[in-house]
Design a protein around this ligand. Structure first.
Ligand SMILES: CC(C)(COP(=O)(O)OP(=O)(O)OC[C@H]1O[C@@H](n2cnc3c(N)ncnc32)[C@H](O)[C@@H]1OP(=O)(O)O)[C@@H](O)C(=O)NCCC(=O)NCCS
Length: 207
């Protein structure tokens, strides 16, 4: 049978239901059991939107204010709650004690251009945010390994994300998780440009 094109792979992946994605996450072992993981997509409840935006804002506002992206809450909300966005939302287990969101990872299955002018079906990781009191408990790892597993099952070639250079915690975390500077990142694709003009790197991990 002919191999599916990246567009076809993404089209099929976008039809996987949140329930199907969630059942694949149930296979995660170990630390993942400390958290209840659910998979969500639009439409979101007002409470979910508030939790997602407020964790994002408390972790990232100061970085965005100082960055080339700027702090644009409306633009960010449109991106966060885009119709193709998918989330793994984590709450402390058992969730009956508290419905409080401990952290989340937001991604989309998309077609991404390669430096050679080709195309890959990828998991684009748009947002990963753990509430300050739940950081350094292994949740970031659970969420990243979770989306890597979902991406692999959906036939994605890699996970791609953008990280601000100033966000040293995130840089250290992604390096620990095996992420490297992607060939499309300005430091690799435009080495002759003044790198001070770019306050971010594009990182990726092959699945
Ligand atoms: C970065 C972030 C997602 C990490 O999540 P976390 O749940 O705190 O990380 P984990 O506990 O799963 O850590 C996984 C590994 O990364 C390492 N790590 C995590 N944060 C780190 C930091 N700030 N500095 C150095 N190493 C770090 C841990 O030591 C751990 O290593 P180990 O496996 O050897 O023990 C979280 O701190 C966060 O939400 N930060 C604010 C938002 C943000 O920056 N998001 C990323 C935007 S691109």
């Amino acid at each position: 049978m002919a191999e599916l094109s990246p567009q076809e792979v993404v089209k099929v992946a976008n039809k996987i239901t949140p329930a199907e994605l969630a059942s694949d996450l149930q296979l995660l072992e170990g630390d993942a059991k400390k958290f209840d993981l659910t998979v969500r997509r639009a439409p979101y409840t007002p409470a979910e939107k508030t939790s997602i935006f407020s964790i994002f804002s408390s972790n990232m506002k100061s970085f965005y204010v100082d960055s080339s992206f700027g702090w644009k809450p409306l633009v960010k909300k449109a991106e966060l709650f885009h119709s193709q966005a998918r989330y793994i939302v984590a709450r402390r287990s058992p969730s009956s004690f508290s419905g409080e969101v401990a952290g989340y990872l937001g991604w989309r299955f998309v077609v991404d251009e390669t430096v050679e002018g080709g195309e890959d079906a990828v998991v684009y990781l748009y947002e990963l945010s753990i509430s300050p009191k739940h950081q350094k408990m292994g949740l970031g790892r659970i969420l990243v390994e979770g989306v890597e597993e979902l991406g692999r099952k959906a036939g994605m070639k890699k996970v791609v994300l953008t990280s601000l250079k100033k966000n040293l915690g995130a840089v250290a975390f992604y390096s620990r998780m095996g992420y490297e500077i992607d060939p499309t990142s300005p430091s690799r694709s435009e080495p002759d440009e003044d790198q001070n003009e770019f306050d971010y790197e594009i990182l990726s991990k092959t699945l």
